[in-house]
Design a protein. Structure first.
Length: 183
């Protein structure tokens, strides 16, 4: 059975988060999806291109908590779990940098990338983006909304496991030869 937490960040600039989506999976079922706006450390600055992509503006996060204030409410999603992200190199880096900025200890977790798994699962594909794969696999997605992206990532990993006939992360790592990494 798969138990994990899928995450997605939207950023104000670079690796500075302004939104986090969290999708919790227990016994192969998405049991909870959350979205949290974050007042970024670069506030009020927002990179214009980021705003164009996700539609979050400084006015939207003006009264949102900073990440250090939000963390105690969401930390339980990150402890002793497998974290999954589509392009985990980006999302894990956002989380690491943000925790380091606020001097918050890293959670005890491991992580894997659904993008890298997709390359093993659908080798004939030309594209592996979350929106492309969600359309291919009939997964509902409101792209660049962190909660929807996190849920789609969770559902995509479950679909990858189904296609590869894997019942847990140990089998998934064995079949794909893709490692999980310590956070």
């Amino acid at each position: 059975m798969f138990d994990f937490t899928a995450i997605d960040f939207e950023t104000a600039a670079g690796y500075v988060p302004c939104s986090i989506g969290i999708a919790t999976v227990r016994n192969n079922e998405v049991t909870n999806v959350e979205n949290h706006l974050i007042k970024p450390i670069c506030f009020p600055y927002f990179q214009w291109y980021a705003q164009k992509i996700h539609g979050i503006h400084k006015e939207d996060v003006e009264d949102a908590p900073t990440f250090d204030v939000l963390w105690p409410q969401i930390e339980h999603h990150f402890q002793h779990t497998m974290l999954i992200a589509h392009n985990a190199a980006f999302d894990i880096n956002v989380l690491r940098r943000t925790l380091a900025h606020y001097k918050i200890p890293r959670p005890t977790a491991r992580y894997m990338c659904s993008y890298i798994l997709a390359k093993q699962t659908w080798r004939g594909n030309q594209k592996f983006s979350l929106d492309y794969l969600s359309a291919q696999e009939n997964i509902q997605l409101n792209h660049h909304h962190s909660d929807s992206d996190a849920e789609a990532c969770a559902r995509l990993l479950l679909r990858e496991a189904e296609v590869l006939h894997c019942e847990d992360f140990a089998q998934l790592r064995h079949v794909t030869q893709i490692k999980s990494y310590k956070f």
